[in-house]
Design a protein around this ligand. Structure first.
Ligand code: HEC
Ligand code: HEC
Length: 343
C-alpha cells in the first residue's frame, strides 16, 4: 500500500505540477510533459524542444492580467520605471539605462536569447555563485546588481511583484523542473587560443558599429536625462553592465552575440563564426565599464567560480589576463585536478 502511494506521488510530481496562471487561462504554451517517467530522477528529465511564449493579448484585463502586463512593461522599458533618470529618486534602483530586454531577447521568449520561459518553474534552485539555494527574486536581483549595475529591488515592492507576475505567466502550463531547449545562450566550444580584442575590433568595425557607435555608446532614444533609454544600447562605459555581470564573461558574451547579433538574426541564421564572436566579445569586454564592489565575495565556494570570471581570486598558476581572455582549457584542467582559486 505504502509503495503504491509513493508511486502515485511520484507520478503527480512528474506530470501533474504545472504553473497555472488561471483556471480559465487560454494560454497553455506547452504540451504536457512527455509521458511521465517517474523512475527517472529530475536531473535526467527530458528536454522539451518546442515551446514558445504564451500570448499575452489573450489574458483578461483583471488584476492578474494587469500585473503581468505591468511586469512586461517594466522589463521592456526598465529605464522609465526604475532607471537612474526617473523623477522619483526613491525608484532609482537600476544604475544604468538599459532595459532588461536589452539582453533578454523578444521579451524573454527567444531560444538562446536568455529566455525567461521556464524560469519560474526552475527556481528555487542551487546556484554556484552563492553556493546556496536561491529564489527567483534573488536571481532577478543578481541582474539588478550586475547587468543593471544597480541595487536590489525590495522583495515586497510593487516592481518585484510585477516582474514575478510576468515570469509566472511565461511559464504557464510548464511542469516544475522542466528543461527547455535553448535556455541561456549558445554554448560555444572554447577556442584553443586566447580571444583577441585586436581582431575583435575589426569585427566590431564591420558588423556592430552601425548601431552601437564608434565609441560603443549606442544611440539614445531621446536625450540624456529624459529616462527614455536607448534605441541601440551602449556596450561599454558608465551606462553599461558592470564587471561582475554574466555578459562581462567572454564565453557568455560570445554565445549571446553569436546567437543574437547583429540585431535581426537568431541562432538559426548566425552570421559570425565562433572565432569572430569570441574576439568581438573580448574587444567589448576590454573596454572600460563600471566596477562592481566586492566581487571577491561572489562564489564563496571557490571551486564554483567560472574559469572565465575576470575578477579575483584567481586559480594559482594562471594570470588575471588568461582568466579573462583564455585559453581556458588549461585552467579548466587544473581545476579538474582539484586546484581551486585561493580564498
Ligand atoms: C547586460 C545584459 C543583461 C541585462 C540588462 C539583464 N540581464 Fe538578466 N541575465 C543576463 C544573463 C547573461 C543571464 C544568464 C547568466 C548566467 O547564465 O550566468 C541572465 C539571467 C537572468 C535570469 C535567470 C534566468 C533563468 O532562467 O535562469 C533572470 C530571472 C533575469 N536574468 C532577470 C533579469 C531582469 C528582471 C533584468 C532587468 C531588471 C535583467 N535580467 C537584465 C543578462 C542580462
Ligand atoms: C542593427 C543594429 C545592431 C547591430 C548591427 C548590432 N546590434 Fe547589438 N544590439 C542591438 C539592439 C537593438 C540591442 C538590444 C536588444 C534588442 O532589442 O535586440 C542590442 C544588444 C546588444 C548587446 C546586449 C545589450 C548591451 O547593451 O550590452 C550586446 C552585447 C550587443 N548588442 C553586441 C553586439 C555586437 C558585438 C554586434 C556586432 C557583431 C552587434 N551588437 C550588432 C542592435 C544592433
Amino acid at each position: 500500500m505504502k509503495h503504491t502511494h509513493r508511486l502515485i506521488m511520484a507520478l503527480a510530481v512528474g506530470a501533474g505540477l504545472t504553473v497555472n496562471a488561471l483556471a480559465q487561462s487560454p494560454a497553455v504554451v506547452a504540451a504536457p510533459a512527455a509521458a511521465a517517467t517517474p523512475a527517472v530522477p529530475a536531473a535526467a528529465a527530458p528536454v522539451q524542444k518546442d515551446w514558445q511564449a504564451p500570448d499575452i493579448s489573450k489574458l483578461p484585463d483583471d488584476k492578474y492580467g494587469q500585473s503581468v502586463r505591468q511586469g512586461k512593461a517594466l522589463m521592456e522599458e526598465t529605464y522609465k520605471h526604475i532607471g537612474p533618470e526617473v523623477k522619483d529618486v526613491s525608484k532609482r534602483y537600476a544604475g544604468n539605462n538599459l532595459g532588461c530586454v536589452s539582453c533578454h531577447m523578444d521579451a524573454g521568449g527567444r531560444k538562446f536569447g536568455n529566455p525567461w520561459v521556464g524560469t519560474f518553474v526552475s527556481f528555487p534552485q542551487y546556484r554556484g555563485r552563492e553556493d546556496a539555494v536561491s529564489t527567483t527574486e534573488e536571481r532577478v536581483n543578481g541582474c539588478m546588481e550586475r547587468s543593471m549595475n544597480g541595487k536590489k529591488l525590495p522583495l515586497d515592492s510593487a516592481e518585484m511583484k510585477a516582474i514575478m507576475s510576468y515570469l509566472h505567466f511565461l511559464s504557464t502550463g510548464l511542469p516544475v523542473g522542466v528543461k527547455l531547449e535553448g535556455g541561456g545562450t549558445l554554448k560555444l566550444k572554447a577556442l584553443a587560443r586566447a580571444a583577441d580584442p585586436v581582431a575583435g575590433k575589426q569585427v566590431y568595425a564591420s558588423t556592430c558599429v552601425a548601431c552601437h557607435g564608434e565609441n560603443g555608446q549606442g544611440v539614445r532614444r531621446g536625450k540624456a536625462g529624459d529616462a527614455n533609454g536607448y534605441q541601440f544600447p551602449p556596450l561599454w562605459g558608465a551606462d553599461s553592465y558592470n564587471d561582475g555581470a554574466g555578459m562581462a564573461r567572454i564565453t557568455l558574451a560570445a554565445g549571446f552575440i553569436k546567437g543574437n547579433m547583429p540585431s535581426g538574426i537568431t541562432h538559426l541564421n548566425a552570421v559570425l563564426t565562433d572565432e569572430q564572436a569570441f574576439d568581438v566579445a573580448a574587444f567589448i569586454n576590454s573596454q572600460p565599464r563600471p566596477v562592481k564592489a566586492n566581487t571577491v565575495a561572489d562564489f564563496p565556494a571557490r571551486k564554483n567560480k567560472p574559469v572565465d570570471a575576470a575578477f579575483p581570486p584567481y586559480t594559482p598558476g594562471f594570470s588575471a589576463e588568461q582568466h579573462k581572455y583564455g585559453p581556458w582549457q588549461p585552467i579548466q584542467a587544473a581545476r579538474e585536478k582539484g586546484v581551486s582559486p585561493a580564498k
